[in-house]
Structure formats: C-alpha cells, structure tokens
Design a protein around this ligand. Sequence first.
Ligand code: BDR
Ligand code: CA
Length: 315
Amino acid sequence: MRKIIMDCDPGHDDAIALLLASRSDDLKILGVTTVAGNSELENTTKNARKILDYAGVTDVDVYPGCDKPMMRSLYRLTGAIIHGEDGLGGPKIPEPITPVKEEHGVDFIIRTLRESDEKITLIPTGPLTNIAMALIKAPDIKEKIDRIIIMGGAVMDPGNITSAAEFNIYVDPEAAKIVFASGCNIYLNTLDISMKAVFYEEDIEALRAQGDKVSDIVARLLDFFASTHVKHFGFKACPVHDALCVGVLIDENLIEYQKTFLDISVNDPLTLGETVADLWGITGNEPNCYISTKVDQKLFVKMIQEHMKKPYHSK
Ligand code: BDR
Ligand code: CA
C-alpha cells in the first residue's frame, strides 16, 4: 500500500481529493496538512476536518501548516469567488468533532518522512508553502520522498487567476520555485488537463443517484463549484482539479506525462506565477519534472463515482 501525505487548502476539489484517497484500498493517508490558499488557514483546516469527520475518516489527523505565503500576503479574492467565503461553500456540513493536531504541518511532514522506513508520496493541492518550508528546514527529507504530485500551473492553456498563472502557483510563486529546484521527483498536473477532466451535469446527477451520504455531499459540492465556474468563467462544466493527483495513483492510465524542465516566473508582474516549461528542450537545462499532457475524462468520472459509494475502512 502506498503511503501518502495530503497537503491541501479545502476547497471543493481538495475535499473530493481527500475523500477519494480515503476510499482507495491502495492508499494510506498518514496525515493531512493544511495551508492558506482558497481561504485563510483557519477555514481550510476546519474544512479538512469537517469533510473527513463527515465521511467517517476520524483516524486521519489534520495538522495546520503555514497561514501565509513565504514572501507575500494571501491573495484572497479568487478563492472566495470560486469556493465561497469560508472556502467550502454550498452544502451545510456539520462542525467537526475530532480535534486538529497541535504539531505544525511543516514539522509533521518532516517528522513523518524522517521516521519512515519507506518512501512517502506527497500530494500538495494548494499553494506550495508547506512543502517548500519543509524542504528548506530539512533538506535531508528529500531522500524519503518517493514523488510529489502537484496540482498547479498551466503550460499550454491560459491561467485561471491571470492570463499566465494558475491559482496555486500564483499565490506562492517563491515556494513553487523552491520545490521545482529541489531535485525531488515531481509530477505536475496542470490546468491543461484538469479543465478537460470535467464533470458534466449528467455525471453529477449519476453521482447523486447513488444515494449514499458521501456521493450526495460530493454531488452537492460539485453543484456549488459548477455554479461559480459558470458565474466567474462562463465555463459550463465542473473541474475537480485536485482529485486528479490522487486519481493517478489509483490508476496510472488516467494521466500521460512528458519529462521536461520547468521554472516559475517570480520577478515579472505580467507573468508572475507562470509555469514556464521547456517542452522542446531548447534551454539545455536538465528536466526537473513530469508535466501532464493528456487525461482520460471518462475514467476519472467513473473512478470518483465508484469510490464515493465505498464505505470507509481504516488502513
Ligand atoms: C486550484 O486552485 C484552487 O482553487 C483549487 O482547489 C485547485 O487546487 C486550481 O487552480
Ligand atoms: Ca486546492
């Protein structure tokens, strides 16, 4: 069974990523760390705890991480427009009962990697602040990281917060730069694929029709997420960006990748947070990551539908 740490800022699609991981027989979540992104840290932490408690995942702990990007203040506007004021707009989910942990998320990541006999996969689905801080504080952890599967960036297609940049990378571009320069084994799932792996109305209805508690909440989260995509982007289908990072561990046929060199724009206001990839190998730089090139939308929709109706069992 693959051991994973989920680092997230729930967020509708982060919440669905957590549920998907919790329902997979192949994945064991060692812990969930939270970061400021779609909303303030207090909200993203509460939302992570809320969704896990709701889905019966009370044996997976939540560790609050960094409450702001490394060098900038938190960009708040788009997160609130897309995910609602508290980061998880739409269905009313009961307040969590399980307490969050006191240990800082960055320290949890470092401790867990150092104590582990086997390599661990990191799945960051928010700004990369916690991951960059962990790599700076404890560079020795690199040897314990199997891979980092990131949701972020846009290479072929436009960004979703500026024409050049995707939200997660834009919010903390310096953190992203540190992570991509770290030498870790990195897989980057960009908007290029996540905006194609969408749920159409009938996919959401089929999920709702499954009739169980978790499928129902996911359908209602997608109703809200779909509505803000129509309002904000005029986009009439619902992406579930973050869950792709979990999905590709459940079935590697979900996403195709290309090995490439990639860097982050941090100094130019026009392109701040852009993921600049050397797709034709013209810079002479050694490849430092795999970027997503293709996704199987039908496989993804089916995977979410099938996993949401599975009962949770502790691993
Ligand atoms: C990313 O930004 C957030 O709004 C989502 O949760 C996802 O991680 C998409 O750009
Ligand atoms: Ca996210």
